[in-house]
Design a protein around this ligand. Structure first.
Ligand SMILES: Cc1cc2nc3c(=O)[nH]c(=O)nc-3n(C[C@H](O)[C@H](O)[C@H](O)COP(=O)(O)OP(=O)(O)OC[C@H]3O[C@@H](n4cnc5c(N)ncnc54)[C@H](O)[C@@H]3O)c2cc1C
Length: 486
């Protein structure tokens, strides 16, 4: 197997991690023909202003924002919890919300939901450390997912069960009609506009109508099936196209492990090398919100499609087997892991990428150095390295090129593969979810298509909700400066 290491400390991506070509088993292609499904009458489950499909980070933020803006909202989720990959995928390391100067730029919903977590459910540097370049503090936090390029960042680890609860509380407080165990199957499209969805549940197949639908499925299930254009190209050197099932080990002593990793580099290198030889697909642990729980977010497997159930199954099976093999190896060889036990494998498959919307606008690599705020800025993301300024996220990246009645948010918004590497992160999904929900509610209130809303009105609503945007004056100033340099 040709294991690949992404280039060390690239300015194009934040992490350097191993990528394992998945050795996808050959598929048997049977020509079994097709079956014509007969048309039938469906009961209508509900009619609402805004329907959000998918209760991951982006969908939760969208539902809460739309309801806060006065819309009647339904949130439809196929599993039994909110948080998507950030909870069910055990992605409990929330990426950076501060920029390289320590400014807190991902706020709004991100801040509100994290503030709800009890102190024992969140671990990370105190506010007065954000942006610190003190070598000792950066070295300490770089072992604990909260310092990069020598800068301490706000990127905490959280208890996924607490995040599920906080998400559910927020949604219910806003009187969102939440429905679990429902799988959206097909968008209802009339005259080039999405009017709702057909979904499946134990109650059978039902229709749900909405004035605006927010696709927060992560895989663009709705906009793709409604015929909107999608991008599927990937950045090979970035882990953004890999899949795996994450898992947790309990009964560990992570402080002891970190001392070994940082204090005995030769032995650590030998440990890693022997692990790769024995297991082939090998992964190291990350800290969690507790010292006695270790997080494994790999091995990252490439070459699979998140839209193919046989591929998904192959990744699940291998990941589950690897979890048990890792336990044996770590118990025997890793300091701090002698009492380790299997705590949990993620209920949701770890899909980083499948489809991306082709939107009215697309956030692309060429935009990174510019630094200016776009006219339709709906949020600001920290860049991947101190070489670049903060990056403006445009509203146009949520709006399909041609399809009406639908907005996208989360990891499938319109961007190039390189920018997808950070736009898919949980805090950025909160940003785009909050913007999509607010915009959907505004479109309903004003009786216009989502593409036709007043951007200034959207921005002032987002500012009122605590979202960090560059003020209009500074935006105009930055745009003028950008014009002078181009
Ligand atoms: C292994 C791994 C490691 C990662 N590491 C990090 C990290 O360290 N830090 C970080 O910030 N981010 C990380 N990410 C990225 C981040 O977790 C995701 O990109 C983010 O959760 C995406 O949010 P979302 O709302 O767009 O989609 P998702 O989290 O995928 O949520 C989508 C939701 O929609 C539901 N859904 C999907 N289809 C349907 C349907 N048809 N009908 C009904 N419901 C549906 C799903 O059940 C799910 O709840 C990682 C991702 C993976 C896979």
């Amino acid at each position: 197997m040709n294991r690949r290491q992404t280039p060390e400390r690239s300015d194009e991506r934040l992490l350097s991690s191993e990528i394992f070509p998945g050795e996808r088993a050959p598929r048997e292609h049977l020509a079994l023909g097709s079956w014509h499904e007969a048309a039938r009458e469906l009961p209508v489950y509900r009619r609402c202003d805004v329907l959000v499909v998918g209760g991951g980070p982006s969908g939760t933020a969208a539902a809460v924002a739309a309801a806060r803006a006065g819309a009647q909202v339904v949130l439809l989720e196929r599993y039994n919890h909110l948080g998507g990959l950030s909870t069910g995928g055990l992605v409990l390391w929330i990426d950076r919300m501060t920029d390289w100067e320590g400014r807190h730029v991902i706020r709004g919903f991100a801040e509100q939901i994290l503030d709800r977590l009890p102190a024992e459910a969140i671990a990370g540097p105190a506010r007065d450390e954000w942006g610190s370049r003190d070598a000792a503090r950066a070295a300490h936090w770089s072992q604990r997912t909260a310092a990069y390029h020598g800068v301490v960042t706000w990127s905490p680890t959280i208890d996924p069960e607490r995040l599920k609860l906080a998400s559910q509380d927020l949604v219910l407080e806003q009187k969102v009609h939440l429905v679990y165990h429902c799988w959206a199957a097909m968008p209802i499209v009339e005259g080039g506009s999405v009017r709702g969805v057909v979904f499946e549940s134990k109650a059978g197949r039902q229709a749900l109508f909405a004035r605006v639908v927010v696709d927060a499925t992560g895989d663009g299930d709705l906009f793709a099936r409604a015929g909107a254009a999608c991008d599927t190209d990937i950045e090979r050197d970035d882990i953004h196209h890999c899949m795996n099932t994450a898992w947790l080990f309990g009964g560990v002593d992570m402080e002891r492990w970190l001392e070994f990793k940082a204090g005995q580099p030769t032995q650590f290198a030998e440990f890693m090398s022997r692990g790769r030889d024995q297991l082939r697909y090998f992964e190291r642990p990350f800290v969690s919100w507790r010292n006695d729980i270790a997080l494994f977010m790999g091995p990252r497997q490439s070459g699979y499609s998140a839209l193919d159930p046989d591929d998904q199954t192959e990744v699940e099976i291998r990941s589950h087997k690897l979890m048990a093999q890792h336990l044996d190896y770590y118990r025997t060889h890793a300091p701090g892991f002698d009492q380790a036990h299997l705590l949990q494998s993620a209920p949701q498959l770890g899909v980083r990428h499948s489809r991306r919307l082709v939107g009215v606008k697309k956030l692309v690599r060429a935009q990174w150095p510019a630094g200016g705020a776009l006219e339709d800025e709906i949020g600001v993301t920290p860049s991947v390295s101190p070489k670049f300024p903060n990056i403006s996220i445009p509203y146009g990246a949520l709006v399909p090129e041609a399809l009406n009645g639908l907005l996208a948010c989360g990891r499938h918004i319109s961007c190039d593969p390189n920018s997808h590497g950070f736009l898919r992160e949980i805090p950025q999904c909160w940003i785009t979810g909050q913007a999509a929900g607010t915009a959907a509610a505004l479109a309903v209130q004003r009786g216009v298509a989502p593409r036709a809303i007043d951007i200034a009105e959207l921005q002032s609503a987002l500012l009122a909700q605590g979202v960090y945007l560059r003020p209009a004056a500074r935006r105009a100033e930055a745009a003028a400066a950008q014009d002078r340099t181009t």
